[in-house]
Design a protein around this ligand. Structure first.
Ligand code: UDX
Length: 459
């Protein structure tokens, strides 16, 4: 009897899961990691992807890839580099038909394993209606943190109470309903058309609530309060099974080639001496701010590894705004690359701190290596993450009110020096330990993953 049950469960696990990532680096990476995790549990995996930022199938020979035309014109793609909000809204409109066709075709295909459900990025909220029409369950993956997701879910309340739209004279006010956030930490953006943002968020929240479950790349011990609030408010099964990248090592899903010379450079630096600087895959800064960063780093006297992604500086191709002899002047103390193997960098013994924009992946990756942070959030959820880093987990400090070389120099000295820097590091190492434990047998993420596998198997 038991054996039959076991065999039935195994048969159900052998089914196909269809994944649809949002085509941006910070979203593709965690979704492919999740696909790998569920593949290791016995599911077959199909990745539906757009032509924009399509992943490299050669890195995933164990997955099936299905390409759809996203319908974005060259102008749409060009505009999306500076206006992410429009891109997200466009994808939710232009992908409807091609995605529906793809899903219908995949569901009708009897040659492989039958499909159990769709795992969709929560932002691609249109997939909810498509799944409903084709009668297949949808599970949402939110690639950001739980705290920022709660802040997004609170937008109607924040609008009603007058915290939003953002007003310059209220930025320092506390938001009692979302302590310890201040108005300036809310995940809004200054835009001439805030309605677009509200509409997108409303779609994301509403369709997440209508889905069969919600997966987070986070863990219980990191966002406990937020998770229990979400549990009460959403009434759907929630699976915090992160940190994804720590389940096991997988091949890189980097859309930009990684410069591995940064690792051999780190090998030559002293233990805990280097500040690693990266503002992620999307953020762009003004040239004057870039120069403040450059001089702040130079004046700090600490070695630094700095990722300057082409596109980081508005109006420049790459490093043209830097004084010509900038790196020579530093005598090897500074290293600039276009893109680094970030996971390897953060786990390198020479790295003492991470100056980050606080994208959720970067924040979590830093936590997992016990590396304290300097936070310079640029938009949306990054503000919430930065506030949690500095005021809840207390594993870093936030650079506020723009970039100035003096403040940068002070922040670097503070985070790298023994006393205060040491306290940040101690707490960061404590969180690292918790992140490790949650993946061990009996740990919260390990258990939550097993519940997810059992849950999907019942579809
Ligand atoms: C975007 C949004 O900006 C962010 O607010 C949201 O939380 C996630 O999506 P992004 O700018 O891509 O974030 O930053 P992040 O979430 O930190 O993801 C960047 C990824 O690129 C990380 O996994 C990081 O390891 C990787 N990376 C970054 C590299 O591999 N090399 C680099 O040089 C820089």
């Amino acid at each position: 009897m038991e054996n039959t049950k076991e065999a039935q469960l195994q048969e159900r696990i052998g089914r196909r899961l269809i994944f649809f990532p949002l085509p941006l680096q910070g979203h593709i990476t965690p979704m492919l990691q999740l696909a790998n995790i569920l593949h290791s549990k016995g599911f077959s995996i199909t990745i539906v992807h757009t032509n924009l930022n399509s992943p490299n199938p050669a890195n995933y020979p164990h997955f099936t890839f299905y390409h759809i035309h996203d319908g974005l014109s060259e102008t749409d793609q060009e505009a999306s580099k500076t206006d992410i909000l429009s891109l997200l809204s466009l994808l939710n409109v232009k992908c409807v038909e091609p995605f529906k066709q793809a899903l219908a075709e995949l569901l009708a295909d009897n040659s492989g394993d039958p499909s159990a459900c769709l795992v969709s990025d929560a932002i691609l909220h249109f997939t909810s209606a498509v799944c409903k029409s084709l009668e297949i369950p949808r599970i949402a993956l939110r690639t950001g943190g739980v705290c920022s997701f709660l802040a997004f879910a609170a937008f109607p309340l924040l609008l009603e109470k007058g915290y939003l739209p953002l007003q310059d004279d209220r930025l320092e006010d506390p938001v009692m309903e979302l302590a310890p956030l201040r108005v300036k930490d809310l995940p809004a953006i200054k835009t001439s058309n805030p309605e677009n943002l509200y509409e997108l968020l409303q779609g994301m929240i509403q369709e997440t609530k209508a889905s069969s479950g919600l997966i987070f790349n986070s863990f219980q011990q990191l966002e406990e309060l937020a998770l229990s609030k979400l549990d009460q408010d959403f009434g759907i099964p929630i699976f915090p099974i992160g940190p994804f990248h720590k389940h096991f090592t997988t091949s890189s899903s980097s859309l930009i080639p990684e410069d591995h010379s940064s690792i051999s450079w780190l090998d030559k630096q002293a233990f805990n001496s280097v500040i690693y600087v990266s503002f992620g895959s999307i953020a762009a800064i003004q040239e004057k701010d870039f120069l403040e960063v450059a001089w702040g780093l130079a004046n700090s006297k600490h070695p630094f590894l700095w990722v300057v992604r082409p596109g980081l500086i508005h109006g420049a191709d790459w490093l043209e705004p830097l004084p010509e002899n900038y790196l020579e002047m530093l005598n090897g103390r500074g290293n600039i690359v276009k893109w680094a193997p970030q996971l390897e960098v953060l786990s390198h013994p020479s790295v003492g701190a991470f100056w980050t924009h606080c994208g959720w992946n970067s924040t979590l990756e830093s936590i997992c290596e016990g590396v304290p942070m300097i936070c310079s959030p640029c938009f949306t959820d990054q503000f919430v993450n930065a506030r949690y880093v500095s005021h809840v987990w207390r594993i870093g400090l936030q650079l506020e009110n723009g970039f100035s070389r003096e403040k940068i120099e002070m922040a670097i000295k503070m985070i790298m020096e023994k006393k205060q820097g040491g306290e940040f590091r101690e707490r960061a190492l404590d969180l690292k330990e918790k992140a490790n434990l949650c993946l061990k047998p009996g740990g919260s993420s390990c258990e939550s993953l097993q519940s997810l596998v059992n849950y999907i198997s019942l579809f």
